[in-house]
Ligand binder design. Sequence first.
Ligand code: NI
Ligand code: MN
Length: 219
Amino acid sequence: MDLKYIGHSAFEIKLENNSIMIDPYVSHNEKYNWHDSNITDIFVTHAHSDHLGQAIEIAKEKDATITAIVELAQYLKEQGCKVRSVNFGAWINYDWGRVVFVPAYHSSSLPDGRYGGEAAGVIVDTQGVRIYHAGDTCLTSEMKTIKELYRPNIAMLPIGGNYTMDVEHAAVAAHWIGAQTVIPMHYNTFPEINADIEKFMALVQVNNSNCAILDPEKV
Ligand code: NI
Ligand code: MN
């Protein structure tokens, strides 16, 4: 498995024969090239433009399926995408693994202003590794349930504040989730979400989690 951080909350996870993407807002990173990847599935946590990103364009070029919460999936279907419409609470199976959508405490509106459905996080279970991508969320006790039910190995957490958890709350989240590795995201993309990454690393290490800072420049 190869985990590529494209910046903001966008990731490509390269598996044996295919790739999956989460929140593919990739237009801000000129170094990232998705055209050569075999992207089969795209997961969008919620409808905000910094998460929906280039999902439609990528899905159409790659003939990939976008999995999203019902209201967002309906919108994407109207845009001509192949979709898988889901909601919280069940594992969804793919030929490379499985994914469950979990609650995020946030808002969600579609590009045309309509209600975008509930905001979500996703847990990807593949090749014996569980990756929790929290989407945009505040600190919520839901994360304690996530630890109890899913025991993720890797947690991708928003730390930029203003719209999501800040570094202090994200460090508490890391503790509650109990993942061995924490990957910070959703910071420094624009001024309102500038974050003190050194402080986050220090806070996370208090709880014996390993903090992996991934550099979008090395995508
Ligand atoms: Ni958002
Ligand atoms: Mn966001």
